[in-house]
Design a protein around this ligand. Structure first.
Ligand SMILES: C[S@@+](CC[C@H](N)C(=O)[O-])C[C@H]1O[C@@H](n2cnc3c(N)ncnc32)[C@H](O)[C@@H]1O
Length: 226
């Protein structure tokens, strides 16, 4: 039976991948990565112990029919990988968090390819650690979303992380301020280009896709966390 490992690479620091991921990537026959417009972050994280030779890029660029792209990618993987070979698919952060991998995984399963998913450190997890801000403490709840913030949910939680914020930061920040959250913007977390920005105007000026906003309800145990 054919098998592929969907591997989470973490936020970008090459040391923040699991031993399991490292061992599989070193031992594998094929490495599949999503094709990127610029420099591939996934490729650069593993570049020290991989050869360009066995890296195969899959094109998921947005088009008319995204489902067809995942079907095509699964078909390509199925035609390349043979039984007993080790194939990996690399993805940033954790594979089960807003990842293209999820759609690919379902298509691969239709080909009867066995899929094993290796967790990675998700961006919101890395951001909280980088900022020394707890995601949750006892009795608290946390809201993870992308792009849009639902105000009803926001009112009910203690902390929130919003991914893919580059399109509508103003709306997100306005909602956070309305509900008395203090917030911080972090881009390229755990990468060389990492920046942490607290000032609203400066946050609004930035336009990096690899960014998120982490926020907490203002005072907690008499400490303003952000
Ligand atoms: C397609 S989602 C992938 C999420 C990823 N699977 C995860 O576990 O975090 C892409 C979004 O993740 C966030 N992201 C991923 N890595 C990041 C990093 N190192 N720093 C800041 N944001 C990051 C950004 O919000 C970006 O728009």
């Amino acid at each position: 039976m054919k098998k592929i490992y969907g591997i989470g690479l973490g936020p970008g620091d090459e040391e923040l991948i699991t031993m399991k991921a490292y061992n599989l990537i070193k031992a594998c026959d094929y490495i599949f990565v999503p094709k990127s417009k610029g420099k591939s972050l996934a490729k650069s994280i593993v570049s020290k112990y991989t050869s360009e030779k066995n890296i195969i890029e899959l094109d998921f660029s947005m088009g008319e029919d995204n489902t067809a792209k995942y079907e095509d990618a699964a078909q390509k993987i199925n035609s390349i990988v043979k039984d007993q070979q080790i194939a990996v698919y690399l993805t940033i952060g954790d594979p089960m968090v807003y990842s293209t991998y999820i759609y690919l995984m379902y298509e691969l399963q239709k080909f009867n390819i066995q899929v094993e998913t290796v967790p990675g450190i998700a961006s919101f997890n890395a951001a909280a650690c980088c900022l020394n801000i707890p995601i949750t403490i006892k009795d608290e709840s946390f809201y993870l979303c992308d792009r849009n913030v639902d105000e009803k949910i926001l009112q009910a939680v203690d902390s929130i992380c919003i991914l893919k914020v580059n399109q509508n930061k103003r709306d997100i920040i306005n909602k956070l301020e309305k509900h008395h959250f203090s917030y911080v913007y972090i881009k390229r977390c755990m990468q060389e280009e990492q920046e942490i920005i607290y000032d609203k105007n400066q946050i609004l000026l930035d336009d990096d896709y690899m960014s998120l906003i982490f926020a907490r309800k203002k005072l907690m145990n008499h400490h303003n966390l952000i």
